[in-house]
Design a protein around this ligand. Structure first.
Ligand code: 9WO
Length: 245
């Protein structure tokens, strides 16, 4: 899969993507990352990428022309299966299923804005979608683009060591993760639950599912409303509720 990021801070994206899972996927050639600076697509002496907003108000807005030209350049080696996405708080909320769909693309062009935003006509004409990480504002789209790249890359075949890990993660089944423990068995008065030391794999799996259901019920009841539970899951959740009482 190919990622292209359009940003006034290409080194920020390039550098951060070298770390960890995304870095390894780039080294292994599973993913290619190109960064593009709209400043390289300006034609004036000062390499102007922003201008004052029509209607007045604080700050600056990114100009249409450099963004349009840089997106055209990123698309040039064009793959049919490509999307252009602008990252902003006005976008569609990002979910695991949106990431999973996007992992089927051959190219994803991510546009990271800065300042107070970008000319609306670029969003209308050049972007296919607008995605949001959540209802908060950060100083630019770069960190959002990196999150999208990370979230998609770990879903690609041969990226995670254990082929199952990405599928077993929190949210892949619409539930929060069960609690994890490692050595030592006892920290002050805090013991690891007995069942995890029992070696009874069926019992461990039931306990983990019960914890995942229970924690989702406690912390994110909105997620449970999206799901239909099996009879077994209903039974485990009922058991969890009795145990917390
Ligand atoms: C800045 C600002 C300053 C004064 C008055 C209004 C203002 N709006 C903004 C603003 O929203 N700036 C954005 C910064 C412009 C586009 C890129 N930026 C951005 C993207 N901030 N937060 C995101 C983002 C992206 C994805 N998911 C969550 C947040």
């Amino acid at each position: 899969m190919r990622f292209d990021v359009i940003t006034l801070f290409p080194e920020m994206v390039q550098h951060a993507a070298q770390v960890g899972v995304t870095g390894k996927a780039i080294d292994n050639g599973i993913v290619t990352l190109n960064v593009w600076n709209p400043r390289d697509y300006t034609h004036d002496r000062h390499k102007t990428v922003d201008d004052r907003p029509f209607g007045g108000g604080q700050g600056m807005v990114m100009k249409y022309q450099p963004l349009h030209d840089v997106v055209c350049a990123a698309k040039q080696n064009d793959s049919a299966n490509c999307k252009v996405v602008y990252l902003s708080p006005q976008g569609k909320p990002l979910t695991q299923s949106l990431l999973s769909e996007a992992s089927q693309l051959s190219q994803l062009i991510l546009v990271a804005g800065r300042y107070e935003g970008i000319d609306e006509r670029f969003i209308q004409r050049d972007c296919d979608e607008e995605w949001s990480l959540g209802d908060y504002v950060i100083s630019g789209g770069e960190l959002a683009a990196l999150i999208v790249i990370d979230g998609i890359t770990r879903l690609l075949p041969n990226v995670l060591g254990n082929a199952q890990s990405a599928q077993e993660d929190s949210h892949s089944d619409g539930l929060l993760d069960y609690p994890q423990f490692t050595r030592p068995e006892l920290i002050d008065d805090m013991a690891v639950p007995d069942v995890l030391l029992s070696g009874n794999h069926a019992a461990i799996e039931r306990w983990r599912l019960k914890q995942a259901l229970g924690r989702t019920w406690q912390k994110r009841p909105d997620l449970l409303k999206e799901k239909t539970l099996s009879a077994e899951q209903e039974r485990l959740l009922a058991q969890f509720k009795v145990e917390v009482d």
